[in-house]
Write a protein that binds this ligand. Structure first.
Ligand code: PGA
Length: 250
């Protein structure tokens, strides 16, 4: 039985007053999410402050990115070890916005996956196709090569301590959600790809859906066989919305 995860990806949003109200409300609600894990991923400057507000079971702190290096002359970067030291448990890597706006290739994402695990943290590795790739019939090929790049670098056995998020780029922040059937199809594809190398790891792997998940479409998405929760952007900035999504998973 896979325990669902609902992760809040605040992206480049928030301020200190939002940290105190939103993290506190989500943390409190997480105690009632008896069968789901809740991960809160605010921007770096708010991680320490958020950590102090997370004291309920089921709630964890996550970061939105980590460096592919461990330390050294890399101005502006934050290492996975630093994130571990301040109490993070998860790190989102390879989000399509990082791939698109910051040039993160499949191989960079794979290196980050390894660094995050070396620091004792759990990577939430994002994959997803663009609208153009879907329309050109390249969705499967895109997803498979994104997954394979990480497997090739990290080894299949390390997927026993990782989470995958399927986020079709055309559904992120657009209000357009993949239908539960469309999402399920890709989740099954991802699980099948992992199963080719290890059926036991595939059956335990938690695969989240992300892309315009809201309180009113979450339950239907989470009811799909291979969907084990969600990675939530816009709706994670509103405590009532996000907590309703958590309830739909738990
Ligand atoms: P969204 O973002 O929920 O605003 O579509 C999801 C994500 O990018 O993680």
């Amino acid at each position: 039985m896979r325990r669902p995860i609902v992760a809040a990806n605040w992206k480049l949003n928030g301020n200190r007053s939002m940290v105190s109200s939103l993290v506190a409300a989500v943390n409190k609600h997480a105690a009632s999410a008896v069968s789901a894990d809740v991960v809160i991923c605010p921007p770096f400057p708010y991680l320490v402050e958020s950590r102090a507000l997370i004291d309920q079971g089921n709630a964890y702190l996550g970061a939105q990115n980590a460096a592919k290096e461990t330390n050294g002359a890399y101005t502006g970067e934050v290492s996975a070890e630093m994130l571990a030291e301040i109490g993070c448990r998860f790190v989102i890597i390879g989000h399509s916005e990082r791939r698109q706006y910051y040039g993160e290739s499949d191989s960079i994402v794979a290196e980050k996956f390894v660094r995050v695990q070396e620091a004792g943290l759990i990577p939430i590795v994002c994959v997803g196709e663009s609208l153009q790739q879907r329309e050109q019939g390249k969705m499967e090929q895109t997803i498979i090569s994104q997954i394979q790049a990480v497997i090739a670098k990290a080894g299949i056995s390390n997927f026993n301590n990782a989470v995958v998020a399927y986020e079709p780029i055309w559904a992120i922040g657009t209000g357009e959600t993949a239908t539960p059937d469309q999402a399920q199809q890709v989740h099954a594809l991802i699980r099948g790809e992992v199963a080719q190398q290890s059926e036991s790891i595939a059956s335990e792997l938690r695969i989240l859906y992300g892309g315009s998940v809201k309180a009113d479409n979450a339950a239907e998405l989470f009811a799909q066989t291979d969907i084990d929760g969600g990675l939530i952007g816009g709706a994670s900035l509103d405590a009532a919305q996000f907590n309703a999504i958590v309830s739909a998973a738990g």
